[in-house]
Structure formats: C-alpha cells, structure tokens
Design a protein around this ligand. Sequence first.
Ligand code: 6PG
Length: 232
Amino acid sequence: MSLDSSHLNLRISDTPTGVARQAADWIVQQANTAIDERGLFRIALAGGSTPRVTYGLLVEADTDWSKWHIYYGDERCLPPQDPERNSHMAQSNWLEKIPLPEANHHPIPAEAGAIEAAAQYHQVLPKKLDLVLLGMGQDGHTASLFPGQEASWQGAAGERAIAVFNAPKPPPERVSLSLDYILAAEQRAVLVTGADKQAPCQQWFEGHPLPIQQATASAAVVFADRAAMNDQ
Ligand code: 6PG
C-alpha cells in the first residue's frame, strides 16, 4: 500500500494483538512523558471494538493513574450503562480495573441528548488534549465524524464537542469531538485492523478527504495490522 502522507507515522504489526501491544506500550510512554513534563496526561478514547484489546493491556501499565484524565472522542446517545456505549467498553475492559480517581473520568453525558451533551462536554474538555485515540470505520469515518456530514464536523466556531444526527452507524444520535479540536490535540493515534479496512485506508493514504484523512492532517501515529494494509 502506497503511503504518500509523510505526516503519518505508520507502525505495522503482523496481527491485531501485535497492534494492541504496540499501541498500549506507546500510549503508556506518552502518558509517562506527559506526567513527567506537565504533571498530568489528558487522553480521549476511541470507541468501537478495535481498541478493546489495547484497553485490556493497559490494565497492567506501569504508570501513575492519579495523573491520568480520561475523555472520549465520541459517544452514542444511549443510557449510561447501555453495553453499546463507548464508555461501557472502556470501563468494562480497563477503567474499572485500575485505581483511576472517579473525578478523572470524564464520560460524555450523551444520555442528555446530542445538543445538550455537546454543550456540556464543551465545558468539561480542557483547552487541549495530550492525545486523541481514533478508530476508523469502513466508510472512513472517525470518532463520530461521518462522510457527507462535513458541515457538522466543526460545529460553531471553536466548539470542542458537536452534536451528530443521522449517523449511518447506529445509533443515529451521537456526540463527537469536533474536527478542529481533534487537530488541536498534542498528538493523535489511530488503531486500525482487519481486511475490511483496506479500502478506506488506501483512500486515506491517497489523500481522499475522508473524515480520517481530515482528522489526521496535522500528523498522527497509525497502528495497523498487515490485513488492513493489504500487506500480506
Ligand atoms: C463508534 C466509534 C467509531 C469507531 C469506528 C471503528 O462509536 O462506533 O467511535 O468511530 O471507532 O466505527 O469501529 P470498529 O473498531 O468497531 O471497527
């Protein structure tokens, strides 16, 4: 797969487990550096299923959890304990198993509805995150920024969180970090595995203006397996 985007730091593993191991080790390195330099680490988590193994590996991380602040890149407008919530996946695989102070966990109040939740979350989010973790759908969406909804990706000027309606990936109502806020983060990291992601990855690397391409325009580390890279 040709990669004509030099601002992407591509790290390929043989398997999804290899991606999870590489990503988990790298995330902990970034966290411990941020903690050493600034006394805290502010990360927004990716949803979907890909990050599950990475989150499970992070349970054993050698780090000071009291210095971590956990946010979310997007959330589905479902009840707080709904198993389809991105926060549920992160909590059940990782956050419930570590001594993270409750005050340091910042789920999106998506149960309040997209517009209210986005407004509330804008106030919760720091001016700038240290790291935004991102996944990618088969249509090239990331967080809850979907193709064809470009007008909504930014929200109003300076909005850090946006309301999303009619999302093609259920549920239709969501909250997402805005494109500019994702780009403003210190770093971005994408986790992508599986042959079903080959086509969007190829389009991304060729520069097609997919949400994933726009969200990584200011550089990103990409953890991918050979299946997604069509590099068997
Ligand atoms: C969501 C995610 C979404 C996800 C991609 C990839 O709410 O579904 O935030 O952006 O990261 O759809 O999902 P998979 O990792 O399950 O392929």
